[in-house]
Design a binder for this molecule. Structure first.
Ligand code: MIC
Ligand code: SF4
Length: 753
């Protein structure tokens, strides 16, 4: 496997310094940190770098993939005609492990049930020089932080929370598999040059407030679309007071803003983290090149001149926050929670509490939760409902075990789950609540879209920090505010929880278990990758048809989605994760979470061929069989959330020609382009209202498709009347090439041979 050793990092830093000097002269101004990392990785400086406008090309340092998206990514990579991945790349088995009874048994079950997929991923990794992390080793972002992330680097990951590595100063971006394949195939990665949102942190946190609250507060301020096509760059003296892993929590959840990524400047906390994770050499290098790893002084002296938007957060006055239900931007300080529970009639009894995940399972997070748990134990108190812990990595788990944290959590009744995503992604076999039953859960994860955790649309999921989640677990009541209220112990005594404190990093270093890393073969050319023809888990990909040169005529509208339509609505996870390597099978989940704007029903619509109301996938398959292309109409921030390209590939596979929306989330829009579906936006967002259930849609202007061109949408209504709308697209010349070829991969394949 190609590795990125300190010599390579030094070379990158030297190149960065030279690039920065050149860029300062060319632009005639100082640089922010995000710009520095971007420019150091640009394929050249002769491109146009207009924020929020130009598409620019970069050469990332590495790629990381998790098992649920790696299957599709690697199935595509197999078509790219390469002997070996062009940059250091890894696969992490974390999403497919179902949480049920506890770590070891759940892991054994997962290994049994997913054997075919794990074997596939392991053999493809072995063949193409990709490092493989076994199930149980940990969640991708935690493992990356512990092993691969470094200040000033650039990484792509086939998971939207890849920006976690921004806590260690990296530009780490979540992408669809097709983008990762470009980089693994040695091609540049292209992305819209981002705008910059500067977040100035002042003061210092204390008491119950933690890094989580910075991002929960920011979600409330910027909303889930506020970061679209922007990098969130943190600075200010407050930033230096937050632990490296706390920074990781903040940048991880920047995904919830729709941001391209988030980043913190290199500081002493990062150096400490690098050192404790046995990378003191990288820490020393970063110190030597510290000027390349933070914004220029002139920028910091007058930030509003250099960022497109500035938000200021005073850590000294920041209260713990709780967000939810159903969206991470429904934020309020904990002191307002009780009033919201009353006014919104949220069920006050908490049915489950969950901590950990890729977002919040650092040594410090667990330590703070433990401090709270121990106070309760001293009064004989236990969690009042199932209380689950998902450690982020084997290393964290072993360290928790060694340092007594595990025992302290178990003493209050916690059930420790496998080092994996588990309930965060709906891999949660829940027996205590029936589907359809309204209930509240509290967790320290990052996303809380309807139906995500347990596939029950009536579960209200609230997100907060691990320490506040633990306090909730002990009280059992959503109206509880540990800053104000008392708990009653089993000993009859009332007591107030003291604000949690904990070490940021383990004094004795991290304990190591069986880390589960498999180094790939030096020469993998003889390795055979087997995909059984009758497999229900894996299916080799067939090429999508190229564009036929015609306009899109008389398309029925399969779905007009109302309101929030995230990737969890378009291609739900949970039980469907098992089909992530089988395009045909997984397509049976397409749009099953989308709200039908005509009927307010979920996942169903009218089949224009029969007049029947059916599940969307059945309708789509009928259209496909009849050779009838169809389209989708969507609302704002369509496709927010995950990087899963299945949300683009399934529609494409089922015959979707175009998706027309009020606005898109970044990753999903790119995924549609990559797979050969036209992503279009209404020039006038009000035109969304013109679309009726029995309409036929014609889109003209395809032959003239050019960067910046507009298209016309003819809307033929059932009663014979017609409407028109002007549509915009953001395809550049190269992306138009993808569309014409049928997909980006078709184009790569054509060019290779
Ligand atoms: C998520 O948090 O939604 C996931 C599951 O990690 C996804 C990836 C996937 O759908 O496989 C993501 O965030 O990209
Ligand atoms: Fe896994 Fe949840 Fe993190 Fe996604 S957000 S990587 S599902 S733990």
């Amino acid at each position: 496997m190609r590795t990125l050793d300190t010599a390579a990092i030094r070379a990158l830093y030297e190149k960065s310094r030279a690039r920065h000097a050149e860029a300062r002269t060319r632009f005639g101004r100082p640089l922010t940190l995000a710009e520095k990392v971007l420019l150091a990785h640009a394929t050249d400086l002769d491109q146009e770098f207009v924020r929020g406008e130009s598409f620019c090309q970069f050469a990332p340092d590495r790629v990381a993939m998790q098992d649920a998206t790696a299957q599709m990514a690697l199935l595509q990579f197999m078509h790219a005609g390469r002997k070996e991945a062009a940059v250091p790349s890894t696969v992490h088995c974390d999403h497919l492990i179902q949480a049920y009874v506890g770590a070891q048994r759940d892991l054994d079950t997962a290994i049994e049930q997913n054997r075919e997929v794990y074997d596939f991923l392991k053999s493809v990794s072995n063949k193409y020089g990709v490092g493989f992390w076994e199930p149980g080793a940990g969640i991708i972002h935690q493992v990356v932080l512990e092993n691969y992330a470094f200040p000033g680097g650039m990484m792509l990951g086939t998971d939207s929370h890849t920006p976690n590595a921004g806590g260690l100063g990296m530009v780490a971006v979540g992408v669809g598999g097709a983008d990762a394949v470009d980089v693994m195939a040695g091609l540049p990665w292209e992305v819209k040059y981002p705008k910059l949102i500067g977040v100035k942190l002042t003061g210092k946190m204390s008491g119950w407030t933690s890094g989580k609250d910075v991002i929960l507060k920011l979600c409330g301020i910027l909303t889930t679309k506020g970061g679209t096509n922007a990098i969130v760059e943190y600075f200010g003296e407050g930033a230096d007071t937050i632990s490296c892993t706390g920074k990781g929590t903040i940048t991880n959840m920047g995904a919830e803003l729709g941001a391209t990524t988030s980043i913190f400047p290199f500081d002493a906390k990062m150096a400490e983290y690098l050192t404790v994770t046995e990378r003191a050499d990288v820490a020393a290098l970063a110190k030597e090149f510290a000027d390349c790893l933070r914004a220029d002084d002139e920028v910091l002296a007058d930030p509003s001149k250099f960022y497109d938007q500035i938000v200021e957060i005073d850590l000294s006055t920041l209260e713990p926050h709780v967000v939810g239900p159903h969206s991470p931007d429904v934020a309020r300080p904990i002191s307002k929670m009780e009033a919201d529970v009353e006014s919104e009639s949220f069920p006050p009894n908490i049915s489950s509490a969950l901590i950990g995940s890729c977002t919040n399972s650092s040594y410090e997070d667990i330590g703070r939760a433990v401090h709270v748990a121990k106070q309760a134990s001293a009064h004989g108190l236990k969690a009042r409902m199932p209380f689950f812990v998902s450690p982020g990595s084997d290393q964290i788990f072993e360290t928790m075990k060694r340092d007594g944290q595990l025992a302290a959590l178990e003493a209050v009744g916690a059930i420790v789950l496998a080092n994996a995503c588990g309930p965060c992604i709906g891999q949660w076999k829940r027996d205590d609540v029936k589907t359809g039953e309204r209930n509240s859960i509290v967790n320290s994860f990052n996303r809380n879209f309807r139906g995500r955790n347990d596939a029950n649309p009536e579960t209200l999921s609230f997100i907060t920090s691990p320490e506040i989640t633990t306090a909730f677990a002990l009280s059992g009541d959503l109206r509880f505010n540990p800053l104000e209220d008392e708990l009653k112990g089993a000993d009859g005594q009332s007591f107030k929880l003291q604000p949690p404190t904990a070490d940021e990093l383990p004094a004795k270093g991290f304990a190591k278990g069986d880390q589960g890393f498999v180094e790939p073969a030096e020469d993998g050319s003889a390795v055979e990758v087997v995909v059984r023809e009758d497999s229900e888990r894996l299916q080799l990909l067939a090429k999508f048809q190229p564009w036929d040169g015609e306009d899109l005529r008389d398309m029925p509208v399969l779905v007009k989605a109302k309101g929030k339509c995230t990737t969890d609505h378009i291609s739900p996870a949970g039980k469907w994760l098992r089909f992530r390597g089988h395009l045909d099978r997984i397509s049976d989940n397409a749009f099953t979470g989308a709200t039908n704007a005509f009927r307010d029903e979920i996942g169903k619509g009218k089949n224009q061929l029969t007049g029947e109301i059916q599940a969307y996938p059945a309708v789509a398959r009928d259209y496909k069989a009849a050779g009838l292309g169809w389209c989708v109409v969507g609302d704002v921030n369509y496709g927010e959330g995950s990087s899963r390209e299945h949300a683009a590939m399934s529609p494409r596979f089922l015959g979707c020609e175009a998706v027309v929306v009020r606005s898109f989330a970044r990753i999903h829009e790119t995924n549609l382009k990559k797979q050969g579906v036209l992503p279009l936006t209404f020039q006038d967002p009000a035109d969304y209202d013109k679309i009726l259930e029995d309409d036929r849609i014609t889109i003209t202007g395809l032959a003239q498709l050019a960067p910046g061109s507009t298209m016309t949408m003819l809307i033929r209504h059932h009663d014979g009347t017609q409407d028109e709308a002007t549509l915009l697209h953001s395809l550049n010349a190269e992306q138009i090439g993808w569309y014409r070829a049928g997909s980006a991969l078709n184009l790569i394949a054509q060019q290779q041979g």
